[in-house]
Ligand binder design. Structure first.
Ligand code: CP
Ligand code: NVA
Length: 307
């Protein structure tokens, strides 16, 4: 049976930790001179309905480092669901490539791809979640503090796709998760329901607040993301009026633990959700976090493809 990587919530805490351990090992190997060709001869088809820097380049490089290859399929080329049905794209591509990575607008589209594909499907971001980002985030937090267990992770901003995956990996791995977001920008209820269940098993504490100041008190990690995600551009003006109290700036960071780290999945809108002073300051881990996409995704690829 093929396995997909669509949500971190589909994986047990043990499996997630094993993938993180593998990511650590692959990163060490890479830094020491190179990885063994664990994916020799394998090709990843990468479907993009939206722009990308990190996801595109890190998946492509991950495949090359592991002896495989990747194929970039732009929005215009495939016309997913428009030129051709998703079910047909999935069945055709499954005969050419060994795995599919897809960045889509509607989450249902990546679910549909996975349903019809006979090769593993990896979610490279949908409007609901961003599981590959969460793996890199967990790796970054683990590198800083040793493990996620018992840490206080606070997301400040929109209850978006990145926040969903972060909440799920935190509650799977025993970190306390807090979000501070404005009314009307809450996390989806079905994602919260899942997180409550994971928290009841792992012992994580979950908090859903409006006040960013209360939310960052005692935080080990402050995480933020854009106020307007891809696909929401028509709401940008409205959002720019609502979100300024949720800016991660030096004053807010000073209210957290002295050893707090600041994270952002990038791209950052400097001067909006994150100031330059914080992004380029001593608490920031935004670039190591971006680089960890490469190592975390190698582990996902090896888990799904190496046999
Ligand atoms: N963080 C992230 O997914 O970046 P890209 O949109 O550049 O892939
Ligand atoms: N929430 C952002 C993340 C980009 C990596 C978006 O969906 O546009």
């Amino acid at each position: 049976m093929k396995r997909d990587f669509i949500h971190v919530s589909d994986y047990s805490a043990t499996e997630l930790q094993a993938m993180l351990d593998l990511a650590v090992q692959l990163k060490k190997e890479w830094q020491a001179g190179g990885n063994p060709p664990l994916l020799k001869g394998k090709v990843l088809g990468m479907i993009f309905q939206k722009p990308s820097l990190r996801t595109r380049v890190s998946f492509d490089m991950a495949m090359r480092h592991l002896g495989g290859d990747a194929l970039y399929l732009s929005p215009n080329e495939i016309g997913l669901g428009q030129r051709e049905s998703i079910a047909d794209v999935a069945r055709v591509l499954s005969g050419y490539v060994d795995a599919i990575m897809a960045r889509v607008f509607a989450h249902d589209h990546v679910l549909e791809l996975a349903k019809w594909s006979t090769v593993p499907v990896i979610n490279g971001l949908s409007d609901y979640n961003h599981p590959c980002q969460a793996m890199a985030d967990a790796l970054t937090i683990q590198e800083e503090f040793g493990s996620l267990k018992g840490l206080n992770v606070t997301f400040v901003g929109d209850g978006n796709n990145v926040a969903v995956s972060l909440m799920h990996i935190c509650t799977k791995l025993g970190a306390n998760f807090t979000i501070a977001c404005p009314e009307g920008y809450d996390l989806p209820p079905q994602a919260v329901e899942l997180a409550r269940f994971f928290a009841s098993t792992s012992g994580s504490r979950l908090r859903f607040l409006r006040d960013p100041h209360e939310a960052v008190r005692d935080a080990h990690v402050i995480y933020t993301d854009t106020w307007t995600s891809m696909g929401q551009e028509a709401e940008a003006k409205k959002r720019e009026a609502v979100f300024p109290p949720y800016q991660v700036n030096a004053a807010l960071v000073a209210e957290a633990r002295p050893d707090v780290i600041v994270m952002h999945c990038l791209p950052a809108h400097r001067g909006q959700e994150l100031t330059d002073e914080v992004a380029d300051g001593p608490h920031s881990r935004i670039f190591p976090q971006a680089h960890n996409r490469l190592h975390a995704q190698k582990a996902i690829l090896v888990k799904l493809l190496a046999s």
